[in-house]
Design a protein around this ligand. Sequence first.
Ligand SMILES: O=C[C@H](O)COP(=O)(O)O
Length: 241
Amino acid sequence: MRKKIIAGNWKMFKTQAEAQEFLQGFVTELDETPDEQETVLCVPFTALWVMSKSLHGSRIKLGAQNVHWEDSGAYTGEISGPMLVEIGVRYVIVGHSERREYFGETDETVNLRLKAAQNHGLTPILCVGESKQQRDTGKTDAHIFSQLEKGLVDIDQNNLVIAYEPIWAIGTGETCEADEANRVIGLIRSKLKNPDVSIQYGGSVKPNNIDEIMAQPEIDGALVGGASLTPDSFARIVNYQ
Ligand SMILES: O=C[C@H](O)COP(=O)(O)O
């Protein structure tokens, strides 16, 4: 059965104190979620430890935003799988378009990071999606197939989440039409060996569009940026109807 997974990606926002303040407000606004639904907070590295302690015993899972492919070594500024596992991280975002654009992430390094995450028992959230130019020139499907083909070499599809995030919809307020997101996610599913992989939509998900997004048959969840930063808006998204 495909799990419903609503994940917040805080990107480079929130100090430890701000993270704890968020959590206090957030938990009071959450409805009881069904067993097959998972809520994840992917916080900056510096907030992981305090959040791990605060989330102990909670149903909310902790996520990181990147992982290196080596367990240790001379990789200044990087964090490894064992470091994340030791402090209670369960999910990790891999291949977000911001990392591909600003930090030289390629499909090959994405593949290495996915393998490292899985080798340490973390569940990777693989991000794929097209640029505005690719969309406008009819290259969306080919681009996503290529990202999947290269990124998923030798990856265990039984411990994997995929997030379809059209780059032009990230942080712009311009959401992909729900039926178009559903179409692309259905296509992604058709390329997988395991059709039960949970596939999220990401890109300007807000309280006012989450219900329509989650009503789509192929969409199993959301990866939420800006709207995951305030307790009431993220709670409304997690409490989708
Ligand atoms: O990982 C999350 C996405 O980049 C979406 O961000 P956004 O909800 O601010 O558009």
